[in-house]
Design a protein around this ligand. Structure first.
Ligand code: DAH
Length: 343
């Protein structure tokens, strides 16, 4: 019988077992019901009666030796496992705690706060309106006739025949005129929705900021002065403004306004496609129909309104190439805007 050999491999395996679980598995292989010792016992009956006692004694000795080794190794492993547990649980109260990650506003929220604060410092009140609008507030009251292309199914998410997701922040003009008595000066930043195909500069969910100023004898020069001040605050005192004649149903006259390029300051670069100018938004004097729709007397009150795209401003301000980055919630992108602005 290979008594010495079996004992040696059993000892080796027992002393190499890394933990009490593994150790127990080794024990089962040798001393278990289907283990080495049991199969040796079964060989007993094949031996002649004279040989049996000596062989049986050997098996017993082997069994006891393995058991003894098992018990010794178990003690050692238990001790080290206990001391390991203790060191794992040991709490050093003098260690500094983990530093919590600082939160940050989304870049769109940051640009909204930055642009809003320029207007609130001028005395404008920040207001908001519902994202789900009626046809009346989003279109009719703004003098947008039923056959106007911006009512087209292509552009608008209709919820039913009467309700829709607002396609611009201009309905807040009507809600403010109804709620607040003129004179008034409000800004209304917020989300808007259009059925646009997604690409690097279009998203079906984006953000605008509306401005409305109502007083007596308001003219285009008040409007231009206000927007010029805004761009200088945003871009520095060298920023220039340009008006281009345009058309909006809710303003008359209407204009689109541009800023001198954020990058080249008017010299011409790839951002402004060599023109030196960057399109910012639409504006104009409030159409008398809009005042009438909100029961404000256009003989007595005039005003100007303006709109601007917040996403576009954020893209320009931070030099971001793709609007989709704002809506993917990727932490690696968002983390770059931690404390990007102080105001
Ligand atoms: N509502 C317009 C749009 O979404 C933007 C706009 C143009 C707003 C002229 C205004 C304005 O207040 O006067 O395209």
């Amino acid at each position: 019988m290979k008594y010495q050999e079996i004992l040696k491999t059993a000892k080796d395996e027992l002393s190499q077992a890394p933990d009490t679980n593994a150790l127990y598995q080794v024990r089962v292989r040798y001393l278990g019901k289907n283990g080495t010792i049991t199969s040796l016992m079964k060989e007993l009956k094949n031996l002649s009666p004279e040989k049996r006692p000596a062989f049986g004694q050997q098996i017993n000795e082997l069994k006891n030796a393995i058991e003894e080794h098992y018990q010794n190794r178990k003690k050692t492993l238990k001790k080290s496992e206990i001391s390991h547990e203790v060191s794992k649980d040991f709490l050093d109260l003098s260690l500094p705690g983990p530093t919590p990650k600082g939160g940050a506003f989304h870049p769109i929220e940051q640009i909204i706060q930055k642009t809003s604060s320029i207007f609130t410092h001028l005395g404008y009140k920040k207001v908001s309106g519902p994202l789900i609008e009626t046809d009346w507030y989003n279109f009719s009251a703004l003098n947008i006739p039923p056959d106007h292309p911006s009512r087209d199914n292509q552009d608008t998410f209709y919820l039913d025949s009467e309700h829709l997701l607002r396609t611009h922040t201009s309905p807040v003009q009507i809600r403010s005129l109804e709620r607040l008595k003129p004179p008034l000066a409000i800004i209304a930043p917020g989300a808007v929705f259009r059925r646009d195909e997604i690409d690097s500069s279009h998203s079906p969910h984006f953000h605008q900021m509306e401005g409305l100023f109502i007083d007596r004898k308001v003219s285009m020069s008040h409007l231009k002065g206000t927007l010029s001040y805004f761009l200088k605050e945003l871009q520095g005192s060298s920023a220039k403004i340009r008006f281009r004649p345009s058309f909006f149903p809710f303003t008359e006259p209407s204009a689109e306004y541009d800023s001198s390029c954020f990058i080249c300051k008017g010299k011409g670069c790839s951002l402004c496609k060599g023109t030196g100018w960057i399109e910012i938004g639409g504006c104009g004097l409030v159409h008398p129909q809009v005042l009438k729709a909100s029961e404000v007397n256009p003989e007595k009150w005039q005003g100007f309104a303006f709109g601007m795209g917040m996403d576009r401003l954020a893209l320009l301000e931070y030099g971001i190439p793709d609007i989709r980055l704002f809506y993917e919630n990727r932490m690696s992108f968002l983390e770059q805007f931690e404390n990007a602005l102080f105001f």
